[in-house]
Write a protein that binds this ligand. Structure first.
Ligand code: DGL
Length: 267
């Protein structure tokens, strides 16, 4: 299927659930004139513990849906789906511009004075070739402590951004990073920035926390420019929320991130 949209068409964004909203927040800040159609695949969340082939299939199904909505560009706002499916999506839809993401290991290694960098991500993200490539290319001089976080994305997905349960999981997963005395921590899953204050509090002020949302937004801007697809400046962009399952938490967090302000349409 071809992207049907010109500059006036929406940007399609997807994630397994609420996480991609942390990317939308950055795209929105950089490109306020763009319409965004966000798809939360909540019926299949989390992606991170599923087999690779299954996530590839889910990502293809969501992509079809976004193209049916006329998306001019698709943002895979999920490290897990990017690792599992980005290459296959680009092959399957060569005419469609995709922007994917990978944990921010490159900037983290540049930023770290000690070279000791922690990475929090899902199991599937760290298994992906995309992840190994980035580690191989950009972390040669760094000592990475890579920590998968089973259950953390699900907890966030339930809207638990604070409280005992999320704190207990976080303390378990941050312990190896603390033991390794990392001075930079990469949030390698788009769900995790939603609990960034808690992560910063647990790691303390000596550890810098980095995420990829702003870099993804800049890449979206670049690709739109290259393809002549930037929406006319000055108009207010709209935000449409859709998904495959329950959207209550997604809607609540979208409102908290001010993505559902009155100038946005919703459904
Ligand atoms: N938000 C997704 C990511 O960036 C993963 C959450 C999940 O496991 O579904 O990796």
């Amino acid at each position: 299927m071809l992207p049907s949209g010109g500059p006036d068409a929406p940007i399609g964004v997807f994630d397994s659930g609420v996480g991609g909203l942390t990317v939308v927040r950055e795209v929105r800040a950089l490109l306020p004139q763009e319409d965004i159609y966000y798809f939360a695949d909540t019926a299949h969340c989390p992606y991170g513990d599923r087999p690779l082939a299954e996530v590839m299939e889910l990502a293809a199904q969501v992509t079809e849906h976004l193209l049916e909505q006329g998306a001019k560009l698709i943002v895979v706002a999920c490290n897990t789906a990017s690792g599992a499916a980005l290459q296959a999506l680009r092959q399957r839809y060569p005419a469609v511009p995709f922007v994917g993401m990978v944990p921010a290991i490159k900037p983290a290694c540049r930023l770290s004075p000690s070279g000791r960098v922690g990475v929090l991500a899902t199991a599937l993200t760290v298994q992906a070739d995309l992840f190994s490539d980035v580690v191989h290319r950009f972390a040669r001089d760094c000592r990475l402590t890579i920590q998968t976080c089973p259950g953390l994305a699900e907890t966030i997905e339930r809207g638990e951004l604070s409280g005992e349960r999320v704190l207990a999981l976080l303390r378990e997963y941050l312990a190896p990073l603390k033991a390794a005395r990392v001075d930079v921590c990469v949030l390698g899953c788009t769900h995790y920035p939603l609990i960034r204050p808690l992560i910063e509090q647990e790691l303390g002020p000596a550890v810098q926390v980095v995420e990829s949302g702003a870099a993804v937004a800049r890449q979206v801007e670049r690709v739109l420019h290259e393809r002549g697809l930037v929406a006319p400046h000055g108009r207010p962009g709209t935000f449409i929320l859709a998904g495959s399952g329950d959207l209550n938490v997604v809607r609540r967090l979208a409102a908290e991130l001010a993505l559902l302000d009155p100038s946005f349409s919703r459904r």
